[in-house]
Design a protein around this ligand. Structure first.
Ligand SMILES: NC(=O)c1ccc[n+]([C@@H]2O[C@H](COP(=O)([O-])OP(=O)(O)OC[C@H]3O[C@@H](n4cnc5c(N)ncnc54)[C@H](OP(=O)(O)O)[C@@H]3O)[C@@H](O)[C@H]2O)c1
Length: 319
């Protein structure tokens, strides 16, 4: 493989790898990076479960990939992360279908949407991007543990974003009940939560061989920008050095997820924030990438774990 970096694609990462016998789950696999991540893992022979909330879009994604005659088997299931009851139903079905899960790619996400609430009343971006994935992952731990027992390691990849730099966790008012809603701050909080969840999960499950990583995929033109207007585009572009955003293609954007899921360089490691198929450096004021220290803070990660457990009404990883 050429030196990993901005331009690395999923093909560069997966070329020469075999995932035959592995089972991978990809959330948000009805669009953008999720479809490409599923494609890449299936091309190496993995059995891939595409998970999404919209039956029509999910069927279309599966048909598209089936037409490519990929080496691995494709399966699909409905999953709406904005409703914890539906997450529980999906997890029950997935556990029955997959006694072992090697790779869980928590890719689904919403960005900068108008203020909204999940079925259980949590702010929509935090509820979808973090809380739904928190519950799904914790419920699937028995299958992740079973896979790790067989192969030595299972991995959970949480799609975060450079947008985590917009905001840390506000534990006093995570659901925007007492402060005015800001769609970018709310996205930032949810993406910080994705990174902190990776830290908290890795700490609790590494002894079982389950390792967790956070990924910033880059800036990619996908349906994620469906709520953005011209002013938003200008504001986001202005946050990049020189006011210019450099976009990745979708195969470049999904490459870091596939690298996180498959790289032997990451064996025995976890709780890391990755970008451009590398471990990210600390964020600095003069560039757009990098990871803020608050997104990897173990005390914050523990606090988020406790809050998430309280919100889903269930305790995980107590031993
Ligand atoms: N694209 C970028 O520039 C960029 C940058 C940084 C981070 N990311 C992160 O990368 C991930 C993938 O983004 P993308 O660019 O591929 O976006 P996308 O094209 O909008 O795809 C997002 C996926 O998430 C699904 N989703 C949304 N809400 C859901 C819910 N309640 N339950 C289940 N699935 C839900 C969407 O389903 P529907 O089609 O039904 O809406 C879609 O399949 C996200 O976590 C995003 O935050 C992307």
């Amino acid at each position: 493989m050429p030196n990993p970096g901005f331009e690395t694609t999923t093909s560069d990462i997966i070329s020469g790898q075999s995932l035959v016998g592995k089972v991978a789950l990809v959330t948000g696999a009805s669009a953008g990076l999720g479809i490409e991540t599923a494609r890449s893992l299936a091309s190496a022979g993995a059995t891939v479960y595409l998970l999404a909330r919209d039956r029509r879009k999910l069927d279309a994604a599966v048909s598209t990939l089936q037409a490519e005659s990929l080496a691995g088997q494709l399966e699909c299931a409905l999953l709406d992360l904005a409703d914890l009851d539906q997450v529980r139903t999906a997890a029950t079905g997935l556990l029955a279908a997959c006694p072992r899960i090697d790779l869980l790619i928590n890719n689904a996400g919403v960005m900068a949407c108008p203020q909204g609430a999940t079925a259980q009343g949590h702010e929509l971006q935090l509820g979808t991007n973090h809380l739904g994935h928190f519950l799904l992952t914790c419920l699937l731990l028995p299958a992740l543990r079973a896979a790790a027992q067989v192969s030595g390691e299972a991995r959970v990849i949480n799609l975060s974003s450079a947008g985590h730099r917009f905001a840390g966790m506000d534990f006093d008012d995570p659901d925007y009940q007492r402060r005015p809603y800001d769609k970018w701050q709310a996205y930032g909080q949810s993406k910080t939560a994705n990174a902190l969840f990776s830290v908290g999960l890795d700490a609790r499950t590494r002894a079982d061989g389950i390792r967790a990583f956070a990924v910033h995929p880059g800036a990619i033109m996908t349906e994620l920008g469906r709520h953005m207007n011209d002013d938003d585009m200008k504001q986001v572009a202005a946050s990049f050095p020189g006011g210019k955003m450099r976009f990745k293609s979708i195969p470049q954007g999904a490459a870091t997820s596939v690298w996180a899921a498959t790289s032997s360089e990451l064996a025995g490691r976890g709780g890391l924030y990755l970008e451009d198929c590398q471990i990210a450096e600390a964020a600095t004021a003069d560039r757009a990438g990098g990871v803020e220290s608050y997104a990897l803070d173990t005390a914050m990660a523990d606090r988020l774990w406790q809050l998430s457990q309280q919100w889903v009404g269930q305790t995980f990883c107590t031993n």
